[in-house]
Design a binder for this molecule. Structure first.
Ligand code: MN
Length: 340
């Protein structure tokens, strides 16, 4: 079969690799239909993803059709359309024993630590394979379940609920997913960016207010929006050295700040910024078994992911797709690859 392989930084190609085989009774063979390109895939390509090892078949956002099942598989059958959760955990460590398998001490993500879904076929364990009713949601969008599972994870970690006021910093795919999940949970959301087209898309997808931080004073907008109190919940999807201390500043007394960044560069933060307001600073990583919730919300229409996908390429055009994302961020939200 063919797969998208990053051999080493800046060397990507469509390689002929061995077809994956079912090796244990709980495994499922899937013909991949589509995949979503994530910032972290590009980080593996550019060598900026410190977690990746090479050579690697990239891709952790993908879905397809079941073409073969192991003898013990009962959850899905041949012909089912499925999305595949990329998180693999040990099941035994402290985090796993406490129902936090997404931060398992030896967590692995398909497409990062082991070969991923940007290939014509993939084998996955049954527990990671989730059926999607494609009479209710287009099968082109199977690969969007994963980014929305990140949005659900952030909402759980930030305890975002009805009537919460939430600031989402950044209008990329994760910012949009966090915003839409917060909206269906009943919160109101301000979203930010530095690109007007991205803010227009965020408003079109349900945000209550969009702020271009290059043109408006975000601190003032937050005060106006909260009757001078500051923001109860802030989700920083910008994840820069500067955005983290800014998020702490914008939070109100007793507020929550959710952090998703993977940079190992330090931010300058005074302890008093956290102590004085008794802030909850909360990490959020990957997703903790949230595929069923996302799929249910897609199928019922509670979440509308259609507008997240802005561009589609054949998988053989991966370099063209990466170039578009890097050169024209204003034109793209989620770029997907077609493997059919
Ligand atoms: Mn992703």
């Amino acid at each position: 079969m063919k797969a998208i392989v990053v051999n080493k930084p800046f060397e990507i190609n469509i390689a002929d690799v061995d077809d994956p085989q079912i090796k244990s009774p709980d495994e499922v063979l899937i013909k991949v239909k589509n995949g979503g390109i994530c910032g972290s895939d590009i980080g593996i390509y550019t060598g900026e993803n410190s977690l990746a090892t090479y050579p690697r078949i990239i891709g952790h956002e993908f879905g397809g059709e079941v073409v073969e099942v192991g003898s013990g598989v009962t959850k899905v059958k041949i012909g089912d359309k499925v999305a595949v959760d990329p998180v693999r955990s040990c099941g035994n460590c402290f985090a796993c024993r406490n129902n936090r398998h997404n931060v398992c001490k030896s967590v692995e993500v398909t497409g990062v630590h082991r070969d991923g879904g940007f290939a014509q076929y993939v084998v996955a364990p049954e527990h990671a394979v989730h059926k999607v009713d494609t009479s209710k949601i287009s099968e082109d969008l199977l690969c969007l379940v994963e980014p929305y599972s990140i949005g659900v994870q952030v909402n759980y970690r930030g305890r975002i609920n009805e009537n919460d006021k939430v600031l989402v910093m950044g209008s990329g795919p994760i910012g949009i997913a966090v915003m839409q999940v917060a909206k269906y949970r009943g919160a109101s959301v301000i979203i930010t960016d530095i690109v007007d087209q991205r803010l227009e898309r965020a408003m079109d997808m349900g945000a209550d207010k969009a702020v271009n931080v290059l043109k408006e004073d975000l601190a003032q907008v937050v005060l106006d929006y909260t009757d001078g109190e500051g923001m109860p919940v802030i989700v920083d999807t910008v994840c820069s050295v500067k955005s983290f201390p800014q998020a702490l500043d914008l939070a109100c007394q007793a507020g929550r700040v959710v952090v998703l960044g993977l940079t190992n560069l330090p931010s300058e933060v005074a302890q008093v910024a956290i102590t004085k307001k008794e802030l909850d600073v909360i990490g959020s990583r990957l997703n903790n078994h949230h595929f069923p919730e996302v799929i249910k919300a897609f199928e019922s229409g509670a979440l509308n992911p259609e507008k997240m996908r802005t561009n589609t390429f054949n998988f053989t055009e991966i370099e063209k797709a990466i170039e578009l994302i890097k050169k024209h961020p204003e034109q793209v939200c989620k770029v997907t690859l077609n493997f059919d």
